[in-house]
Ligand binder design. Structure first.
Ligand code: SPV
Ligand code: MG
Length: 432
């Protein structure tokens, strides 16, 4: 019997590097190519821009490929169990932490199954670099980025969303990857928080930072990222203004705006009933949502209604009544918020809402009830989990600590070991 060779592709574009890999593979036997499934692609920072069926067709078209299968996980365990390949062929680009984990996985599996790992030099030239750049460009452009949240909602068990308020925090959201045993993980989306956007400018979170300035933050983030953006639209302002905001956000390539059912001078929800806050009427807020939906031009954009009944201690029934009304008015999702330490009321809302509405996405913000895991929230029907302020809260004490140390010691030596090295900071931002 002939020998079998396996390789996995996680790409939407075939370039000479892939052809080279297949040509090498052919020398060892019959070539099977695994096409990485959508669920695994997104964990790997390769958001698919074409469907898995289209990727299969693409690979089938390469001369020398005998079989095409779908590889469901980033790691190769299932593939070895199913196919028992004699050889696995892979480029030698092992430097990223996720690639190191894959390398270790392949070394262990080839040993276990008596197979051989063939490493071929990764093709690096201007043409391949240009194709990579074009792929990234496609992901970053408004048309594609806007629809990416709806796609992520279909692919991800829960869309993990991190707060960003600048280009730098955008880069953290875009690039941070953790490898934990066999799992590679990263964030799926970004939240432009009113609290963090305002705080970063030294302003209170009371709709004081104007839209032009908020849009400027979005632009800074978009310059350096490709992931979808969910915009914190506060109350949405006057309906007559909100319709223009919807159009601007859509045009920029933002995926969703979340507006909260409050009126008058908005204060941050985490104050709860400690400050005066007025909830909007169901009628007014429904009319605002409906006007936003009418103004919207694309099918991709989402207007998500945020319900403040639990924050303002108006009870579960009020929250559910509002959720029903806002969905009826056209809301594409419901955000339910709570500032309790325990997640009980959020889970009760999710369970009750899901019992009557299986489709409408639920958004949760576990800032105060932070012991709950993403998997537990997903099990109760939540679809988007927003970590709304953690990056800013991490930065402030670290910066204050550095300032205090310099003032205390009258020099910067004592704090230096806690800081990013000068070499790393000057090379942190990639040059074009
Ligand atoms: C924000 O991040 O600005 C929010 C979420 O609106 S919260 O601060 O929890 O109200
Ligand atoms: Mg806010």
């Amino acid at each position: 019997m002939g020998k079998s060779v396996y390789t996995c592709f996680c790409t939407d574009v075939i370039h000479e590097g892939h052809i080279n890999l297949i040509n090498e593979a052919k020398k060892y036997g019959d070539v099977t190519v695994g096409v990485l499934a959508d669920e695994a692609m997104v964990r790997y920072n390769r958001f698919p821009s074409i469907s898995v069926e289209e990727r299969i067709e693409l690979v089938k078209g390469i001369e020398g490929v005998s079989n095409v299968v779908v590889q469901n996980k980033i790691m190769y365990d299932e593939i070895f169990e199913q196919l028992h390949p004699d050889y696995v062929i892979h480029g030698d680009n092992w430097s990223a932490p996720s690639m190191q984990a894959i390398h270790e996985n392949l070394i262990a599996l080839t040993k276990k199954y008596g197979a051989e790992l063939i490493e071929v030099p990764y093709t690096r030239n201007e043409r391949v670099a240009k194709i990579d750049k074009q792929m990234r460009e496609k992901l970053a452009m408004p048309e594609f980025r806007r629809g990416r949240l709806r796609k992520a909602l279909k692919i991800c068990p829960i869309v993990k969303t991190i707060e960003v308020h600048s280009g730098l925090t955008g880069l953290i959201a875009e690039k941070t990857v953790v490898v934990d045993g066999e799992n590679v993980d990263q964030f799926d989306a970004m939240w432009i928080s009113s609290l963090c956007d305002s705080t970063d400018k030294g302003k209170p979170d009371i709709e004081l930072v104007d839209m032009t300035s908020r849009f400027r933050t979005i632009d800074d983030v978009m310059e350096v990222t490709t992931k979808p953006i969910i915009f914190d639209g506060d109350t949405g302002g006057l309906t007559e203004h909100f319709v223009y905001t919807v159009r601007s956000l859509e045009r920029m390539g933002v995926s969703a705006v979340i507006i909260e059912d409050k009126t008058g001078l908005k204060k941050n929800s985490l104050f709860g009933t400690e400050v005066e806050q007025t909830q909007d009427s169901i009628e007014n807020f429904s009319a605002k949502i409906a006007a936003g939906k009418r103004a919207q031009l694309s099918d991709d954009f989402m207007i998500i209604a945020r319900i403040e009944s639990l924050i303002l201690e108006r009870g579960m029934e009020d929250a559910l009544t509002r959720a029903r009304a806002f969905v009826k008015a056209g809301a594409d999702g419901i955000m339910i918020h709570s500032r309790r330490k325990e997640p009980d009321e959020i889970l009760e809302f999710c369970d009750k809402f899901r019992a009557e509405d299986k489709e409408t996405p639920i958004v949760v913000v576990p800032s105060s009830y932070n012991t709950i895991t993403e998997a537990e929230l997903a099990a109760h029907g939540a679809n988007i989990c927003i970590y709304a302020n953690q990056l800013l809260r991490a930065a402030f004490p670290a910066m204050e600590n550095a300032a205090k140390s310099i003032l205390t010691h009258h020099r910067a030596k004592e704090i230096d070991s806690e800081l990013m090295s000068i070499k790393n900071i000057i090379t942190l931002i990639d040059e074009l």
